[in-house]
Design a binder for this molecule. Structure first.
Ligand SMILES: Nc1ncnc2c1ncn2[C@@H]1O[C@H](COP(=O)(O)OP(=O)(O)OP(=O)(O)O)[C@@H](O)[C@H]1O
Ligand SMILES: O=C(O)c1ccc[n+]([C@@H]2O[C@H](COP(=O)([O-])O)[C@@H](O)[C@H]2O)c1
Length: 340
């Protein structure tokens, strides 16, 4: 055995140990550490470990799923912009990676004035996200017969990801290798062997953060609309991403609430430097008046509205005088004020 062969064999068993420890294969390390050790640079394996981790697993960032809840009556271009703004924000921090966006239209039981059927709202949201490769529409919330607190929707999506993560981890785990041995490639498989182990996959279940505009954050302060314990769990366990909207001063709002202030690190404020105060209310108003909403909503949504004759004076009158579901639901146990 030549000197280099011996070094390579030694490094192979080292690599096996490293693989057990880090869950990576160290081919690059074997080659380069043999080379560098030959030259007497004993720090080379550590350097290569770092290099390998940086090259093979650059995404040590926390994965985030953005969940936007609302009426989407109808969905507008600005709703879609919220996702882009939040994604840019998270990626610029270097700490988070946004892997998915979910639009969850509220169910009909919400009883907001002018709310048209969830069926139409979900279909329009699907048309709007047709060309997006990362934002999707989920109709679970809208299919519920009763109105659901937003916290329950967050929990549902978190749980769903958790189950999917555990299932994937079981599928991805692959065989455990013996110490000092490299994993064998599956016969007839052209796919590289998955290196994730179960605990890593479970650990990497993404965080589901609530994506909203500043008006929604400020609605936390409306008496009896939100439950204090729900607000606490949202900002403590999940986190919130809030896009600035004309007329709101969220920083002051957070400052004035002890709960929000305590969890301010989990409330991400995103400044929209190209403000565009499109709102569904204004879109509906324009439609009732026969005005164009082109370039304010996606073309597919506009065509759908025209085809189905949505948004008239009649539809705007629906639920008039009916209390909003959360106000009805939360009234019997008056909640504490948010500000203190
Ligand atoms: N122009 C906007 N800037 C920032 N956030 C927005 C904007 N439009 C909507 N949002 C946010 O999108 C989410 C869903 O909004 P929603 O469906 O209530 O639309 P909306 O335009 O606010 O509707 P409406 O005019 O009927 O109140 C909310 O969190 C809301 O704050
Ligand atoms: O969870 C709550 O207590 C709660 C109280 C009020 C409103 N929400 C949600 O906030 C969203 C508000 O949407 P909108 O269109 O009324 O601005 C909608 O998804 C509601 O279900 C949620």
């Amino acid at each position: 055995m030549s000197k280099l062969d011996k070094e390579v064999s030694h490094e192979q068993s080292q690599a096996g140990l490293m693989e057990e420890k880090y869950g990576f294969q160290f081919d690059l390390e074997i080659l380069s550490s043999a080379y560098w050790q030959h030259k007497g640079w004993y720090l080379a394996p550590a350097f290569c470990t770092w290099l390998r981790m940086a090259m093979e697993d650059p995404d040590r960032r926390t994965e985030v799923v953005l969940l936007a809840c609302g009426s989407f009556n109808p969905i507008t271009n600005m709703h879609l912009r919220l996702f882009e703004l939040a994604k840019d924000y998270f990626h610029e921090t270097g700490k988070y990676k946004v892997i998915k966006g979910i639009i969850s239209p509220v169910g009909d039981a919400y009883k907001k004035k002018g709310l048209i059927s969830a069926n139409h709202r979900v279909t329009m949201a699907k048309l709007a996200t047709k060309n997006s490769d990362w934002v999707e529409v989920d109709d679970w919330e809208s299919c519920q017969s009763e109105w659901l607190e937003t916290l329950k929707v967050l929990r549902y999506h978190h749980q769903k990801l958790l189950s999917a993560g555990v299932t994937n981890s079981l599928q991805d785990a692959g065989p455990i290798t013996k110490l000092g041995r490299k994993r064998k490639q599956e016969p007839n498989s052209h796919e590289p062997i998955k290196k994730k182990n179960q605990s890593q996959a479970v650990k990497s279940v993404p965080q589901v953060k609530l994506l909203c505009g500043s008006d929604m954050l400020e609605s936390f302060g409306i008496p009896n609309l939100w439950k204090l314990e729900d607000i606490t769990e949202i900002v403590e366990k999940h986190g919130l991403v809030c896009i600035s909207r004309a007329g709101n001063n969220v920083q002051k709002f957070i400052y004035e609430s002890d709960i929000l202030w305590r969890h301010k690190d989990n409330i991400h404020l995103v400044e929209e430097w190209i403000p565009n105060d499109i709102s569904s209310t204004r879109i509906r108003r324009a439609l009732r008046r026969g005005q164009s909403v082109r370039y304010l909503v996606p073309d597919g949504v506009r065509a759908y509205i025209e085809r189905h004759g949505l948004y008239s004076a009649d539809s705007e009158g629906s639920n008039a005088g009916v209390p909003l579901a959360p106000l009805q639901k939360h009234l019997p146990e008056p909640s504490q004020p948010l500000s203190s």
